[in-house]
Write a protein that binds this ligand. Structure first.
Ligand code: GLU
Length: 299
């Protein structure tokens, strides 16, 4: 019996080492590989998490210029922001916590309108990019449980005295990102009377506001906090006029090809919040623009 047990443990060790090395050869340094070996989590071999380990990476769709959530620093090509650090925590949960999580992440740049196609076309494994969970989107993709909550508000130039709330956007030119809930909410709040300028990023919307091409920018309050920080000649007005609960987007399971992924993700999101890591990430990335602190997405 002892002989069999010993053989089995050797076989398991070889399989384990092969899987871990296969997972790390393409992207990590030998040091990262060695330390990852010690902590690589084990999953059901049929699960999507196990498939990701075999692939050696997770492809994370996020945006290059979405402060304070995700930014690719042009000079260093390094990624920063709340969503980026959430992606790094996710990579640690799948590949092991000791290694540099970026060794296991392939960042796939997306904009709001390309989030769902990136998943359905198989270009990204997850979307972590200020992605509001909606019934309409849930028809096409799956979402994790909520990991961030905000609401839509309005950004105008500091000297603007005419726009004070959502209804005042009627007849005004308003910038939002193409394919966003911001676009839909603005239309709803003004009975279709706002004139939308739809662009592919919020910095582009800010430029349009600075150049007088639009009267306002309207999107999630936390994104607007980031824009005000960039341009103190702007201000945020009105109460939030929508609920924007963010989830992590995933392709829907088809024939078992995403086995266990949503359940794993929800357990992990719960732990991210209950462990206090979420609050630390909030303080690091959101507090500098929002001036508040939160322990959980609800407050
Ligand atoms: N949270 C909104 C959405 O998912 C707006 C922000 C964005 O476009 O990234 O559509």
């Amino acid at each position: 019996m002892r002989g069999i047990a010993r053989k089995l443990s050797i076989v398991l060790a070889v399989v384990f080492v092969a899987a871990a090395c296969g997972g790390a050869t393409t992207t990590s340094t030998p040091a990262a590989t060695a330390s990852a070996l010690a902590t690589t989590p084990t999953f059901d071999p049929m699960s999507y998490m196990s498939k990701l380990q075999t692939n050696g990476k997770i492809r994370v769709g996020t945006q290059e210029d979405n402060t304070p959530f995700s930014v690719k620093i042009p000079t260093t090509s390094k990624w920063e922001g709340f969503d980026v650090d959430v992606a790094r925590e996710l990579a640690k949960a799948i590949f092991g916590s000791a290694a540099d999580p970026d060794a296991f992440i392939e960042y796939v740049p997306v904009v709001s309108a390309t989030r769902i196609p990136s998943l359905t076309d198989g270009k990204a494994d997850v979307i972590i990019k200020t992605f509001t969970i909606t019934e309409e989107r849930k028809q096409q993709i799956d979402f994790s449980d909520v990991y961030f909550i905000t609401g839509q508000r309005i950004l105008v130039k500091k000297d603007n005295t005419t726009i004070k709330e959502a209804a005042d956007l009627a007849g005004k030119t308003v910038c939002a990102q193409k394919g966003s809930t911001s676009e839909q909410n603005m239309t709803k709040a003004t009975d279709g009377k706002a004139k939308p300028l739809l662009l592919d990023s919020y910095p582009a919307c800010l430029l349009a506001l600075q150049q007088g091409q639009v009267d306002a920018v309207s999107t999630d309050e936390t994104i607007l906090f980031g824009l005000v920080k960039q341009d103190p000649n702007t201000k945020i007005v009105g109460k939030p006029f929508s609920d924007e609960p963010y989830g992590i987007g995933m392709k829907k399971d088809s024939g078992g090809d995403r086995k266990g992924f949503v359940a794993f993700m929800n357990t992990w999101v719960g732990q991210l919040i209950s462990s206090g890591t979420w609050a630390k990430l909030y303080e690091k990335h959101i507090t500098p623009v929002s001036n508040d602190k939160k322990q959980t997405p609800k407050g």
